[in-house]
Design a protein around this ligand. Structure first.
Ligand code: SAM
Ligand code: SF4
Length: 343
């Protein structure tokens, strides 16, 4: 197919071309191309990031998310600083080189305490990724100085009207400001979006992809939207797996050197969802290493859970070997980031 050939050679596609790919009935050539570009650009290694979900408390009210503040059915819990550090230590012992601290957007830890947690985890020799939502430039800067390496903040959707409808009291401009501040501070920046939000068009997903390329990001997480019965979007459920996979594959074609996770939401929708994603452009997996907390951290129903940390890693090693892949060494800095020579 001509558009795919062009993308393989130039890594540039316009909006119309992206829409054509997203509309493909049979996308097998797209997936094969994304797999080839992934192999040639970032290799066969799969980077593991140990995910620690540190809090189910959230001051925001995003219509799609189970952690939204108006959801009275969810159990709210914030880990103590020592609990977070203990989980990071266990992840390090199990061979992880990087952890992701993710949680609802809230101020309960205290910025100085969080900075201390980051410093402690850095002393373990781990890379630290944060995914704690929107903060001021000063707070992002404090965490960066404490040693945080990366930050994940999805744009969710670049359709400003849709964004502000789904994320009440939040502004699209501030979301973009956060992403630009993170880049300015020298973080490896991860962003991404959900696919299948009610009111989201294929054209708007093409805009999302072009937005990530323009920013640019060093990592892009694309997840199917999964309706949560305890949210106002309870009845908006449909199966967004294929469209998400196509969006992810297109991103690999136009941003060959970034890191792309096979997201938890993909595994939730298909038993082998993560492996399907790994064959269609992804090169990162984020297993949960945060213990029981994942019981409460229910963004959407049926969220896939990791078993015991070490066993899970060993199982994964075997499964990856069976499909010609392996766990990558090191902390997995994005090649796109290294190319920017920010160090
Ligand atoms: N609070 C931080 C934030 O919003 O950036 C980080 C945690 S938040 C739970 C992580 C991501 O979960 C969001 O960026 C969103 O894309 C995703 N998410 C939330 N609800 C979801 C749903 N119902 N289906 C799929 N993904 C969802
Ligand atoms: Fe809170 Fe993030 Fe969920 Fe929005 S997506 S409700 S900010 S946890």
């Amino acid at each position: 197919m001509e558009i795919i050939e062009k993308a393989i050679k130039t890594h540039v596609l316009d909006k119309g071309e992206i829409v054509s790919l997203l509309n493909l009935e049979d996308a097998s050539l797209l997936y094969e191309a994304a797999d080839r570009v992934r192999r040639e650009s970032v290799g066969d290694g799969v980077h593991l990031r140990g995910l620690i979900e540190i809090s189910t408390v959230c001051k925001r009210n995003c219509l799609y998310c189970g952690l939204r503040r108006d959801n009275k059915k969810i159990f709210r819990r914030r880990m103590s600083c020592s609990e977070i550090i203990n989980h990071a230590q266990a992840a390090a012992r199990a061979g992880y080189a990087t952890v992701v601290l993710q949680g609802g957007e809230e101020d309960g830890f205290g910025a100085d305490n969080m900075a201390e947690v980051i410093k402690e985890i850095k002393r373990l020799g781990l890379a630290v990724t944060l995914s704690l939502g929107e903060k001021s430039f000063e707070e992002y800067s404090l965490y960066r100085q404490a040693g945080a390496d990366r930050y994940l903040l999805r744009i969710e959707t670049t359709d400003k009207a849709l964004y502000e409808r789904l994320d009440p009291d939040m502004s699209f401009e501030n979301r973009v400001r956060c992403l630009k501040d993170l880049g300015r501070l020298g973080y490896e920046v991860g962003s991404g979006f959900m696919v299948g939000l009610p009111g989201q068009s294929v054209e708007s997903i093409a805009d999302d992809i072009l937005f990530l390329k323009a920013l640019p990001v060093h990592m892009a997480g694309i997840g199917p939207f999964i309706a949560n019965p305890d949210t106002p979007l309870a009845n908006c459920g449909k199966d967004n797996f294929d469209l998400s996979l196509k969006a992810m594959a297109v991103i690999r074609l136009v941003m060959p050197y970034i890191n792309i996770p096979a997201t938890t939401a993909m595994e939730t929708l298909r038993p082998q969802g993560r492996f399907t994603a790994l064959k269609s452009g992804a090169n990162v997996i984020m297993p949960n290493v945060g213990g029981d907390m994942s019981e409460y951290y229910q963004l959407y129903p049926g969220k896939a859970r990791a078993g015991e940390v070490i066993k899970y890693r060993l199982d994964l090693e075997e499964k990856l070997k069976a499909v010609g892949r392996h766990i990558a060494e090191g902390s997995g800095i994005s090649k796109a980031y290294l190319a920017e020579d920010k160090k």
